[in-house]
Write a protein that binds this ligand. Sequence first.
Ligand SMILES: [Zn+2]
Length: 562
Amino acid sequence: MPYDLIIRNGKVVDGSGIPGFYGDVAISGNRIVEIGQVSGEARRVLDADGLVVAPGIIDNHTHYDAQVTWDPLCTFSCYHGATTVVIGNCSLAMAPAHQGDREMLAGVLSHVEAIPLEAIRAGVTWSWETIPEYLNALDHRLGVNVASLIGHSAVRRYVMGEASQERHATDDEVSAMKAIVREGIEAGAVGVSFERNMRHFDWDGRLAPTNLASDAEIFAVAGVVDKVGRGVIQFGGDRKLGAQVAKNSRCPVFYGNITQQAVAPDRWREQLADAENMMRQGHRAYQFVMPRPGDLRYTLKTAQHFDALPTWKNVMLLPLEKRKEVFRDPEVRAKLHVEAVETPRDPNRVGEFTRRWDLQFVFRPALPKHQHLKGKSVAEIAREQGRDVLDVFLDLSLEEDLETEFERREVNSDEAAMTALLTSPYTIIGQSDGGAHVVFRTDYSYSTYLLSHWVREKGIMSLEEAIRKLTFVPASLFGLFDRGLVRPGMAADLVLFDTQTVRECEPEMVNDLPGGEKRLIQRAIGVKTTMVNGAILVQDGEHTGAFPGRVLRNHHNGHPSL
Ligand SMILES: [Zn+2]
């Protein structure tokens, strides 16, 4: 019988970390059936000459729970090679939901994850109440595969109603929550998520339900995963409690992420040491690292990070014409200089400007004559010109009518730190928050950024190791046992890309959310084909019209996950 598809002459980087090799990959139905020198007929042949053939990327921490109902591709993760997204993180989910709780669940997802409430209201057609019903509703028309965690906030609201945002749970209520979590995991949810973060509210200023839980409630509800014997726990916020959950459990626990921050230069070392210690002690306790820089672009029309400095705050609140005038005033400038250059940063004030002028870069000069400054830091330009940093910063902006675009590179940008974090065997790459913070962040491009910036340009790890970390590692931890490797018998979730050109594009603002709400989007280049369950989902940056995705259900004992 002919194969459905043969991918010929690609370089197979199979997800295990072993060196890539040239060969063919044959697919029948939704499975890989043969690898190597494949003879025999196929209904279709894809020529992968010059391309890498790798397992599809597992986008391991997203908030597409609402978006997936109107956008079954979960844009734009799959454009960056993702074939599976994990939803239901940080305690937030769309099920279980009594009819009367829909508005509250939409509200807390919207507020905590910065997704326009109007988009959720306009986009979601609620047709489910329970977790199994939600999973079945999704399973009809998916672009990518979806693996769903159970959100503790949703479960708590379902059981306790309004009281879920007011008080501790009774023993009976905890028992009811445990039963719902068990039912969800048995229906195929891949675990349960919690959070302890006292800054995560709904639109009425009430804490998300999970934050009202006692430690004992969290241990009890999380314990269901161990009892059932499969699934993971995701715990956001409070690291100490997250670590305790991991110590109590034998299943994989994801608790937080490690970031390099200019304001706390040594913290990442301590956190990495913690991660290593936990694993050396045999706990399945994992922390994420995001390969993308936490860069923030700004102009002196839009900057907010000077607001903790009193003179700066007053100036930044002035109308633009007046603001420009005041920036030119030598007396005011002297005060601005004292605050932003001479006075050391107060480490106790969260979000205060770092004074790191070596990390403020000219991202996009407005005038042609300033193009040579592109990519240089303000400190570097000041040094070259023998001038003061603040004069350089303000004069450049003023000359360009405050249109100069700067970029702060204060998070996840230090090369030595990022090399240590990304190459450590004790970190997990990911936590894109795809579908969240939609007007600010597009971290779902972490895969193409890792492959272009850290692998191709900086060479901090091999392509094979990068692919292993993007695919086999998360597939293994989330129990997606038939994903994450290019091997006979595995699901045909594949990405074909060009190692020489793969990268993320510039983000762009569009109004394509339901109700015309806006979001920042980011496409990729060099990703030739994203294939899900043997069908091509995205080809050359365009959706093919196929909907081959499935809900991946965490069923062990040898049954395929679909
Ligand atoms: Zn999250």
